[in-house]
Write a protein that binds this ligand. Structure first.
Ligand code: SF4
Length: 87
């Protein structure tokens, strides 16, 4: 029987083993973003906490828009595709 890739519902990249390269990219992306565009840490964590409660989060990806949520939440001008506004 062939191994199926594991699907992790309501997991962020930073919580998933084997996704370290992607998560390092997320961290670099945030670190190099102009401060005016970077979501402040507390707001960033609040956004990610909302994604963790959402049934559309799978393998760190929002199944509504196809983005890694840790990337999407990093920018102040991005929004949750379901809510149509900031998380
Ligand atoms: S961005 Fe919105 S729809 Fe997507 S996983 Fe997060 S809370 Fe859910």
């Amino acid at each position: 029987m062939e191994d199926q890739p594991k699907r992790c519902r309501r997991c962020l990249l930073r919580e998933m083993t084997g996704q370290n390269d992607y998560y390092e990219s997320v961290k670099r992306y945030r670190a190099t973003m102009p401060a005016a565009k970077r979501t402040p840490d507390a707001d960033y964590e609040r956004r990610l906490a909302a994604c963790k409660e959402c049934r559309h989060l799978e393998n760190g990806t929002c199944m509504q828009c196809g983005c890694y949520v840790e990337m999407r939440a990093a920018r102040t001008d991005m929004h949750c595709p379901l809510r149509g506004g900031p998380w």
